[in-house]
Design a protein. Structure first.
Lengths: 428, 428
């Protein structure tokens, strides 16, 4: 059998993938585990649409995402339509326009896919699988701590053992930078050097600028403010502007709540970077697993986003990137999302009724059972069962009161009574 | 608080919706129930991407869907990209190009959203939530019966009690029509009259055409061939061309398998219509619930679709339309997808540790528990709990060995030991 010319070219656009059963089961496991945990924390689902009017969506999007948005003219009313690149602005719109009469706080969660253009050759996914939560109406550091605690508990539930939640505070950074009365080009150059943690280059650039000594020190310390808890003390020793100091106090409060949860060990800090999205207004955080540079989750406080849709409310939230989780946890998930089917039913003879009834009884007890409808020999069925990871083959002979159960992995077998299976009285 | 001008225009493009928690929970329930049932029948998940190259996707799409496909130029490589309007061609492509070395049969399932342009003013959804299965590699009527049985078992699992699965056979219809050596315009006119079951108009048109008497009778009976089992006899009495007779024999075989499943009572027939998609090649079926004209599921045999991607294999499958199910079963699902949270934790005083530990212990037992972080009075918390459908409020006083449990619906309460909750020893 020859495949046509189609296989000589890439079959799929860049940045999207097919997921076959082994990976697909892991994606389902991750999404279901997260959603079940969110449910236990009192969060309820919302489903935003894939399509939005571009102008409505852009109210809530940062500049960074605007360029990455898939958009097109709608045939129907001539307006520009966008495929959402981020579900948080959508949930903010839903809260502001459709749930503003509900009492606060609102605890909402979602699971879905968004689309983002990625730079060519970047190898980045353009289709992003997100599962996340939004907590609307709470200003307190406890709400931010709840987000971080949920991220940590979710990662544990996925089976991750080693991970860090890297916490920042956009107001700390903004407090330092707001003191600089510099041309836009100098500011950009400074930000780029800080982001790349290039201390030598930063020092050299600062030497060419006229800044008060205290301010210069605050800028210069930024790329060094990453690591463990000691970062907060290091920051407090050098940075004295009021906005940054309030941000530090807020960070300490969040950390204190996490300590009562017993979760502070997972937290690291990075105050020298603006890693949140444009709408973030306080704490931000990203989750990292060993061996993967990309974050597996990110989130933070965004107190001004729902106001863009007409309803001011404090808010905080975060989302997992399921494909990044899949990359980092592929082996760990091998067991959790095992791809086996419990039973393949093999029946010789024309009367299929017994096989159908047995299948029905097994399914009612929660077992997975497929019938081998193809006419073939038992040996061929066993080979199929092995290749497709079935655990057992049940051999049913018409009119016989017993069935043979064959263990596919080692071939051992025993006979059990057909009636016992029909009565739901068998553990496989 | 005033909403800005944004609410004076429609916030969302036509044909898409926001789903708030009550509806979103029902959609989740439907998808999860179907996927769990599919798992028990031995089906394994695949996840096709949202984006495909248009030319690749069009190989597997019928003409009917081509016009409804959202498409745009890809910035990256200049090729036309499409948002899939139907997942079956995608699964066929995946099977043909990435799973052709696996032994057959393959049992695959999926859950996702597709997009279709709809005629303006039709009020139809443009975003369609599909959950479905494909069974690849089996030619036998038992495979088609498996699809119909799974559709019926799923509908029962959703809580539906009254429904019909309306079965057709595209080969029966095509067998009749293939005998007509008529201009395309006459054929179209005939098909339109048959589809609308306009017997008088059909008779009049046939009077103007020169056809053998037997063929004329076969065409004329088509719009009458819908209803119960007797339809098969009625068809056999009038229609004698070989292709249609084989289709009838196939229908009888499928019905016989369904009879051994004990499911024939749900089946009706409609042989006078081509309701399948362009790729269907045998049995087709649609599921209907009372009060909804649109089908809640549809499927059928498509033996020539994977070959379009280079791998010929018999196949059959079906998918649920979750939003149509939601419309038809909204009330039935009220209980299954109940939107309550078990516990709201109210703690006075500054020490929140007890509340956090209680929340943790409850969540570990599977309860949903949210902390009331907002500083407010117990009366205010109770009002919030009532409005947001919490079942209990737990009142925790610092340093006290007991907590008060208040039933939100009727206000009665009792005290329970804090230690018992921490030990997981309480049923709420």
């Amino acid at each position: 059998m020859t495949l046509p010319e189609i296989t000589s070219e890439p079959l799929l656009p860049r940045g999207v993938k097919d997921f076959l059963p082994a990976k697909a089961a892991k994606i389902s496991f991750l999404a279901e585990t997260a959603l079940e945990l969110f449910r236990r924390w009192g969060f309820r689902p919302v489903v935003p649409p894939s399509l939005e009017y571009l102008d409505v969506l852009e109210r809530g999007m940062g500049h960074g995402l605007r360029d990455k948005t898939f958009r097109f003219d709608d045939r129907q009313d001539g307006k520009l339509i966008a495929f959402s690149p981020d579900m948080t602005p959508q949930v903010a719109r839903i809260v502001a326009t459709r749930m503003h009469e509900m009492p606060l706080p609102l605890r909402l969660c979602y699971s879905g896919r968004v689309l983002r253009h990625a730079e060519q050759q970047s190898g980045k996914d353009r289709e992003i699988f997100q599962v996340g939560v939004e907590l609307i109406g709470l200003q307190s550091p406890e709400a931010d701590a709840e987000m971080i605690a949920m991220a940590i508990e979710s990662l544990k539930a996925f089976g991750a053992t080693t991970f860090t939640i890297d916490v920042g505070q956009v107001e700390f950074y903004r407090g330092v930078m707001a003191q600089l009365d510099l041309p836009e080009s100098d500011l950009r150059a400074l930000q780029a050097l800080i982001a790349r943690k290039e201390v030598t280059g930063l020092t050299r650039l600062l030497d060419t600028l006229t800044l008060p000594a205290a301010v210069r020190e605050e800028v210069l310390v930024l790329p060094r403010l990453f690591g463990g808890r000691e970062v907060l003390e290091k920051a407090a020793a050098t940075v004295h502007n009021e906005r940054s100091c309030q941000a530090l106090a807020n960070l300490r409060q969040v950390l204190a709540v996490l300590a009562t949860y017993g979760l502070e060990e997972y937290v690291t800090f990075d105050l020298g970077e603006l890693r949140g999205l444009d709408y973030h207004s306080g704490i931000t955080f990203q989750g990292f697993l060993p061996g993967l540079g990309r974050a597996v989750c990110q989130g933070g406080r965004y107190d001004h986003l729902t106001a863009r849709y007409g309803y001011p409310a404090a808010a905080t939230g975060f989302a997992f990137d399921l494909l990044n989780l899949l990359s980092a946890l592929d082996l760990v998930l091998e067991h959790a999302a095992e791809q086996t089917t419990d039973v393949l039913l093999f029946q010789s003879g024309a009367d299929k009724q017994a096989a159908q009834k047995i299948a029905q009884a097994l399914r009612e007890r929660g077992y997975s059972a497929a019938r081998d409808i193809i006419p073939r020999s038992l040996d061929e069925s066993l080979a199929y069962a092995k290749r497709m990871s079935f655990r057992h083959v049940l051999v049913i002979e018409a009119q016989q009161p017993e069935v043979r159960v064959i263990w596919v992995d080692d071939g051992h077998e025993r006979t059990i009574s057909l009636q016992a299976i029909l009565d739901g009285d068998v553990a496989l």
